[in-house]
Design a protein around this ligand. Structure first.
Ligand code: F6P
Length: 407
């Protein structure tokens, strides 16, 4: 190994559902765009191919005392290492080994087998139990668990995590490593002993909130909208249903794997026809995207608020961003939950391409302000129509903000 080495192995480390594959895809994406040939070698994929012959979704397959299965998993790891080695020594520059790799024993084997170029280990850690739980729920809906009752699949998957925990030893001895908080994209600890190619690019990529392609949509017309009423949990009108179908037709040729909505009916009803025209798409309602809660004013029209609660009306008008409805919320007080919602959505949207959020007027303003600089006092006035949607791209080399018609 020379200090001038251009080739690199990246080895992912972490328990299942800690965001390893998402990080691996992000790295591959940024490298590929910069003409750095990169390939991901995923042990799980090999295992799932093998699953045709044997049920490898079962937790027992991952028990450290299951000698036969341990041997098999080691074989998958070695196959991938051999492929990775071949790849970087031919046309490839970076090979990413995507697997749990949580035991010291496994990492020693990797160090032994991949001794021709430097290795950077990246450990992903997400301690937010709620998000890990949601991530597991989405995982068990994949074909690997096909046909299995959801509760049973979740319990098997959780057991699998516990088995991995029994052999888990966090990175400490490796020459080059990064331990990162994969939910907040933060570096927790790093050690760099060798001169690694691409290190600053990798580091930068890990801490950047990349948006490859976000479609930010407001729910379509509701009965409350037609009466200018706020809050509540109104249904779509026939026009709103037609708008949702138009959205579905517009997006039918774009691959949407997940649609993140609020828990309100109007966003889920807007998402339903879109999902129906997709191949394999899941609606994920997140409470963080619920519309601003207007407390004692829920269900009132703006006109009624002005007439019956003039103090509320004028106080809000005076400082719309900082004002909170009595026993309700304001833009400012919503900020934190919206931020959490965005983190959740991006974490759960494992497929790196398009991400779709169907929210509400105030919610979408806050989401937009997360990506687009606006002075606080201007945020509550951002234009969020129901006949158009925002398309946002924010990568290291491309920024797009488009308001587009779907009909
Ligand atoms: O569509 C109406 C609505 O989503 C209400 O539920 C919400 O209170 C309002 O828009 C937010 O907009 P503004 O802050 O301009 O009142």
């Amino acid at each position: 190994m020379t200090t001038k080495d251009e080739k690199l192995y990246i080895v992912m480390v972490g328990l299942p559902s800690q965001g390893k594959s998402t990080v691996a895809y992000r790295l591959k994406d940024i490298f590929t765009k910069n003409d750095i040939p990169t390939r991901i070698f995923n042990n799980g994929q090999l295992r799932r191919q093998y699953a045709r012959l044997k049920d490898t979704w079962a937790a027992e397959f991952f028990h450290p005392d299951n000698a036969e299965a341990t041997e098999l998993r080691k074989r998958f790891a070695i196959i991938n290492m051999n492929w990775a080695r071949k790849y970087v020594n031919s046309k490839g520059q970076v090979a990413v080994l995507d697997a749990t790799n949580v035991s010291q024993e496994r990492r020693n084997l990797i160090n032994q087998c991949l001794n021709d170029h430097p290795i950077l280990f990246i450990e992903c850690i997400n301690e937010d139990e709620e998000i890990v739980d949601m991530s597991i729920t989405l995982k068990v809906r994949t074909p690997e668990f096909g046909g299995l009752d959801e509760a049973h699949a979740i319990s098997e998957f959780k057991k699998r995590i516990e088995y991995y925990r029994m052999i888990y030893s966090p990175l400490a001895k490796e020459r080059n490593y990064i331990r990162m908080d994969s939910l907040h994209n933060r570096i927790l600890e790093e050690r760099l002993t060798d001169q690694l190619p691409l290190y600053s690019r990798i580091r930068d990529c890990l801490v950047t909130d990349v948006v490859k392609s976000l479609f930010l949509i407001r729910h379509t017309e509701t009965f409350f909208n037609t009466e200018d009423r706020i809050g509540g949990d109104s249904d779509l009108t026939p026009k709103g249903i037609e708008q949702a179908h138009a959205l579905a037709r517009f997006f039918r040729n774009k691959k949407i794997s997940y649609i993140f909505t609020s828990e309100k009916k109007r966003t889920i009803q807007t998402a339903a026809p879109i999902r129906a025209l997709q191949n394999d798409c899941t609606i994920v309602p997140l409470k963080e995207f619920d519309e601003i809660y207007s407390g004692i004013c829920e269900g009132m029209s703006y006109d009624e608020i002005q007439r019956f609660m003039p103090d509320v009306y004028s106080a809000r008008k005076a400082d719309k961003y900082n004002y909170s409805y009595p026993r309700g919320e304001g833009y400012n007080s919503m900020k934190e939950r919206i931020k959490i919602g965005i983190k959740k959505a991006f974490y759960l949207n494992r497929k790196p391409d398009n991400i779709m959020i169907i929210g509400h007027r105030a919610v979408n303003r806050m989401i937009l302000s997360h990506f687009l600089y606006r002075r606080q006092e201007d945020v509550p006035y951002i234009y969020v129509p129901q006949d158009k949607f925002y398309h946002i791209v924010a990568t290291q080399d491309r920024k797009v903000f488009e308001l587009k018609k779907y009909q």
